[in-house]
Design a protein around this ligand. Sequence first.
Ligand code: NAP
Length: 483
Amino acid sequence: MTKRQDPSFLVLGAGMSGILAGIKLKQAGLHDFEILEMADDVGGTWRDNTYPGLACDVPAHNYDYTFEHNWKWSGLYAKGPELKAYFKYCAERYGLMPHVRLRHCVEDIRRVDGRWQVRTTDGAVRSADVVINAMGFLCHPRMPDIPGLADFGGALFHSARWDHDVPLDGRRIGVIGTGSTATQITVALAERASHYSLFQRTAQWVMPAMELERPGPLKQLHRFLPGYANAVGKLQGRLLEQVARGVTGDSHWTMRVLEHLCRRHLAKVRDPELRAKLTPDYKVGCRRLILSDGFYDAIQAPQAELVDTGIERIEAGGVRTTDGRLHELDVLVMATGFHALDYTYNFDVVNEQGTSLRETWAEGAEALRGVAVAGFPNYFMLVGPRSPVGNIGITSIAESQMGYLMTLIDELRTGRARAIDVRPEAQAAYARYLDDGLDKTVWGSGCVGWYLDKRGKPIIYPYNPTVFRRAMREPDLNEFQLA
Ligand code: NAP
């Protein structure tokens, strides 16, 4: 890269944050970029997940981009297909499709002679001055290590790889897991099955979602009064941020309200034995809260069964639990989550000194403000390690981080730097700052789940949204080495 020549970019992933990155680069007049997407369409998680009942449990006006609010959401929460359509619409509206390379799965990233070389599984190698990894953390489904998976005689698939050829009505359906995904599937399928078995390893706190279908007149209001969407979004955003203040330890009364709402919701379960099975043994909010109006009704349907006995193995006929019982099934769904914390799951990043990012992060990933990692100049991330994924809407996180990155990118663009690297001492100080905040959050209160990394440390940013946004307003260039 010569001085005053615009840098080139490779954006990895065409989901919510990759599309955002493309839009912001384009708006800044930076046109030399490609977006590499492993799948055959844009849309990220909303393209991959197509399971019955798929919806977003963050209010729609807090999940869409702040600069592209006027969307025709059907309710307070957007359904999966609406979100897929929305992100595709944004990619098209902002002219990104010519930059998108579909079916380009990244295999290896190396820094050679001051540029990043990205090899995809088709063997092609592209190079650019800057890589923006926007792959997110929910792209690689996690199959459980239960013995006998291959022996099952019926249809078996992961929730993020739904097989729509498999009939569901009137069949014996089993779902393993009790996260947000399994909860939504339960609401959609318990009534349709002849018998529905939900295999629970850990009970979850479930908050009422207070879902509303938006009546026609409100939709019209929304279309003709652009300020309305913003006002609704702001109000919902305030409520969400109050929840974040609770879980990060800044508002005890919020935690009391959340606990009250969850316990009152749980009281809808009439059978005391079932209620006891569904009652978590950890604090509300310690694991990601489930939002669902219909879950407790669905699990109390006559044909539904909550199985909390451990799974021993999977057999041709169904799931054998440790009490010796065989739960006979036609369809078995693994709602068992993703390799969420494995940021280098299917590729490695190697710098000019031969240092591997996978090895650097072997014991746990650290990055300055979730976007940049010492030793890997011009390799940036959106919603990277220790971003505030447990307390702020993910689109809002990506927007703040992209704004921060655009200021760094300006340093490259104006020729003040050719490479921007994080100072190791700044990254270490930032990690200590995050560690110091963990004690007062609910995540450190003794539960297990995917929020914890290999060190047993919650990987979530522990401060409230106001602190995060203030810090992300602009980078402190003293935390970086500009070469
Ligand atoms: P998840 O939250 O990681 O839950 C996975 C579930 O599978 C857990 O209940 C886990 O049990 C269980 N499990 C895993 N391995 C198992 C095994 N070997 N035996 C028995 N049970 C096993 O996954 P998810 O529900 O797909 O959610 C993933 C992420 O997507 C979460 O952040 C979630 O909130 C998000 N999501 C968001 C929305 C939305 O509307 N915004 C919708 C769906 C999902 P343990 O708890 O005991 O580990």
